[in-house]
Design a binder for this molecule. Structure first.
Ligand code: PMP
Length: 287
């Protein structure tokens, strides 16, 4: 079966899909992206993801390449063509193609739109054995709230984590607080059962999974607090976990080689994952 990509108005064979060498995304990382999870042929949290794309575009003054409705259609068409049941849709919008100059093009250019899909294994309620994380200095810029394709600090942090045998990097700011993961949000459960994740501001990406889990935590009447927390506090936590569109709720059982709590997956992460999977099962399947 051919795998398709969508590139500026056309569905093309993924192997032949390409963009212009003077695309500002390629040359200057002048673009934004979104990743929407797909489970059992259903898009998870489509509306909030598209709202966040809209926000990222507005913050960078990049126009919408197609209407919001048309984007919804393209997402579904690509899912159908690629028979996507479990995985993700990646979409990227860049400022477009123009002669290289740091400043915005002075003549109007059309923003470039690319969509691809990726199959992954079916994620269920079982969180698995948990993952290890490694702390890394957060060397990113001061607008981490914008989901830009400029991900080099995240790439380097993730690579350092992987080279040490960890799955994710937890980024530490200059006050010793964990901001978030390289591609996930970071959460802990304190010894007195407070569920903590950092507040959303310019220091982190407002994860869509994080937002949904916040609602779930409310429904479950958990004691939930949004505040900064230090690496020291995380090391003493009862539980820790990460959230993202592609990892759902994944327990963290080791930080910098040391066990979190008893080193096993805890009840809070287990319960929140169950509820998240229940939420992800709602809605109409596309494929
Ligand atoms: N933080 C960063 C830096 C990310 O790249 C991601 C993944 N998009 C997240 C958090 C989690 O966001 P979401 O739940 O929307 O996938």
């Amino acid at each position: 079966m051919a795998r398709y990509a969508y590139v500026n108005g056309r569905y093309v064979d993924h192997r032949d899909a390409s963009v212009h060498i003077e695309d500002r995304g390629y040359q200057l990382a002048d673009g934004v992206y979104e990743v929407v999870g797909v489970r059992d042929g259903k898009l998870i949290d489509e509306g909030p993801h598209i709202d966040r794309l809209d926000r990222s575009l507005r913050e960078l003054r990049i126009g919408w390449p197609v209407s919001r409705q048309a984007l919804g259609f393209v997402m579904r068409e690509l899912m159908r063509r690629n028979r996507l049941r479990d995985g993700l849709i990646y979409m990227q919008v860049t400022r477009g193609v123009a002669r290289r100059d740091h400043a915005f093009p002075t003549t109007p250019v059309k923003p470039a739109l690319v969509l691809t899909t990726k199959n992954t294994k079916h994620l269920g309620v079982d969180p698995g054995p948990g993952v290890a994380v490694k702390s890394q200095p957060d060397i990113r810029w001061e607008r981490c709230d914008i989901k830009t394709v400029a991900l080099l600090p995240n790439v380097l942090a993730k690579q350092a984590a992987r080279e040490s045998g960890a799955y994710e990097a937890w980024l530490i700011d200059d006050k010793g607080c964990i901001t978030e993961g390289a591609s996930t949000n970071a959460w802990i459960v304190t010894p007195d059962n407070e569920l903590v994740t950092r507040q959303t501001d310019n220091g982190i990406l407002a994860g869509i999974t994080r937002g949904t889990l916040k609602k779930i935590a409310g429904d479950l009447q958990l004691r939930f607090v949004e505040r900064p927390f230090t690496l020291t506090e995380a090391r003493k936590a009862k539980e820790a976990f990460i959230t993202s569109a592609t990892s759902f709720v994944t327990p963290v059982v080791k930080i910098d080689g040391e066990a979190v709590g008893d080193g096993k997956v805890g009840p809070t992460a287990r319960r929140l994952r169950e509820e998240y999977v229940r939420f992800a099962s709602e809605g109409e399947a596309v494929t």
